[in-house]
Ligand binder design. Structure first.
Ligand SMILES: Nc1ncnc2c1ncn2[C@@H]1O[C@H](COP(=O)(O)OP(=O)(O)OP(=O)(O)O)[C@@H](O)[C@H]1O
Length: 510
């Protein structure tokens, strides 16, 4: 497949020695020493805010380095980075994005689209990475956008690819495909580094691992791929290095009584998008009080719309949503919307579009939507401090612009606001979480899981939509699988990845 795509040229060796990076008064990286060599997938792990993204940026010259050395043996121009938040222009077609900035031209500098298409097709053929070149980028599923980003980097002739949390938005199957491609690129001589929070990926695919903690590289070592390396021992060692101590206990759902009443009931929920597609296609299910129901599915099968419909943000939704005996669909008035918000805590999966005001402070974001409900600035400051402490938002500075926090800490802000608010509300009934721990490190994920289990223990119904099957298995009483806007399976949490994965693809034997 991708073997040979790089021709005879090996990727560059990228060596960082005692690198330090500072943004204003914040040391993003204090001292990083690491050597990225071609031939293996190099995984970079660490807590949220440990400095992983900054380390990659320093390697490509995108971070304000204060001291230390970055040595590149080979061409620095051959290094490409795939960022955590995609850099694609959504109004362009996939092909236009692919060649953007490197367009082949005809005479008088005119864009040669026919040549661009030929080159792009040849690249897709060689790498096995495919996207619909004529699709508008905003219509591409997230996995396709990810592939497009990688193709774009390769199109520019990169022989080293540094990827920042590429699998955070992918389904297990898409993640596996991505690693297969990266593995083939590495085998063909490319230099590949991947930042991830997912330990199972590291154990399966990485040949080398580096761990960062509080701005320093604290461990860097090869991973032996033969049986001598005990996966559990290795996982424990890596987790301890990430956390600087013992890993937290894993969460499990509270006991659920057979007589528990229904908290949420959805019947024949339908949502048709602007193009006439039924993105929710007759959904029916219930969530009992105290029950945690997981929703699995490949991104783009209606998850986002389901969460938005329950939150009252899809005015076009038809069917019935009943919460604690009251019928809801789109909220008709501001008062209805407020009442619903006191009863339901919602975390939307796209924190940038639906969850945060990036230019506002961390403090303002932690109480967003509660204007008029908090009794004055002193009470507000106390509430902000409490949320920062309970959810470990770092840095613990309410004045800091939330867009400058690391991705995982932005996620903690969104989750802290939703869960802390609902725990304090006397009208609480339901928690709906879209990808609650996306981009969040093991310690913070464990804190969030603890709060989810606590909410269920308080008698709330909980719906968790997640791309992380391990998370769904640990947290849920049962797992629903969503495919093309329908529930296609209702499975016990111990069901194997394989069976859940087949249901996610709409295969009928589950
Ligand atoms: N542009 C910026 N301005 C100010 N501070 C920043 C900026 N970029 C990063 N930081 C800070 O530097 C620290 C390291 O951030 P970085 O994004 O490298 O962490 P990370 O390990 O990748 O985290 P995550 O896993 O949450 O993505 C964080 O405390 C972050 O708030």
């Amino acid at each position: 497949m991708a073997r040979g795509i790089l021709g005879a040229m090996r990727g560059p060796v990228i060596e960082l020695e005692n690198v330090a990076v500072r943004y204003g008064d914040c040391w993003a990286v204090r001292s990083a020493t690491v050597k990225l060599e071609p031939g293996v997938i190099h995984a970079i792990l660490g807590e949220n805010g440990a400095g992983k993204s900054t380390l990659l940026k320093a390697a490509v010259g995108l971070a304000p380095r204060v001291s230390g050395d970055v040595r590149i043996e080979g061409s620095a121009a051959a290094i490409g980075m795939v960022h955590q938040h995609f850099m694609l222009v959504s109004a362009f077609t996939a092909l236009e994005n692919l060649v953007l900035g490197h367009e082949p031209t005809r005479s008088f500098g005119r864009l040669d689209l026919a040549r661009a298409r030929l080159e792009a097709s040849a690249l897709m053929e060689k790498t096995g990475l495919r996207v619909d070149l004529d699709a508008c980028t905003s219509d591409l599923a997230v996995g396709e956008r990810q592939r497009l980003e990688i193709l774009r980097v390769l199109y520019r002739g990169a022989r080293a690819i540094l990827l920042d949390e590429p699998t955070a938005v992918l389904s297990p199957l898409e993640a596996e495909e991505l690693y297969t491609t990266l593995g083939a690129l590495a085998e063909g001589g490319a230099t590949i580094a991947v930042v991830t929070h997912r330990m199972d990926e590291v154990l399966r695919f990485a040949g080398h691992v580096t761990i960062m903690r509080r701005g320093r590289t604290v461990l860097t070592r090869p991973i032996l791929v033969d049986e001598r390396e005990d996966p559990q021992r290795l996982e424990d060692e890596l987790t301890r290095a990430i956390m600087g101590g013992e890993p937290p206990p894993e969460a499990s759902p509270p006991a659920l009584s057979d007589e528990a009443e229904v908290a949420l009931s959805l019947e024949d929920l339908v949502l048709v998008d602007a193009a006439g597609k039924r993105v929710l296609d007759g959904l029916s299910f219930t969530v009992k009080k105290g029950e945690i129901v997981g929703v699995a599915g490949i991104e783009g099968n209606g998850q986002r719309e389901l969460v938005r419909a329950i939150a009252g943000l899809e005015p076009g939704a038809a069917g019935s949503i009943v919460l604690g005996g009251a019928r809801l669909l789109a909220a008709r008035s501001a008062e209805e919307l407020r009442a619903r918000r006191r009863a339901i805590a919602v975390v939307h999966e796209d924190r940038h579009a639906d969850g945060l005001m990036l230019d506002a402070s961390t403090g303002d974001n932690l109480v967003l939507g509660e204007l008029g409900e908090i009794d004055g600035p002193v009470a507000e400051a106390a509430l902000v401090t409490r949320r920062i402490e309970r959810f470990g938002v770092s840095p613990p500075d309410p004045a800091r612009r939330v867009g400058d926090l690391s991705g995982g800490n932005q996620q903690k802000v969104v989750v802290a606001r939703a869960l802390d608010r609902i725990e304090a509300s006397p009208e609480r009934a339901l928690v709906v979480l879209g990808q609650p721990t996306r981009g969040v490190d093991v310690g913070a994920a464990s804190t969030i899981h603890g709060h989810v289990v606590k909410a269920a223990g308080m008698g709330l119904g909980v719906l968790v939509v997640s791309a992380d099957l391990h998370e769904l298995r640990r947290l849920s009483h049962r797992i629903l699988v969503l495919h093309r806007g329908r529930i296609v399976a209702d499975l016990p949490p111990q069901t194997s990845d394989d069976v859940i994965g087949r249901a996610m693809l709409g295969m009928e034997d589950t």
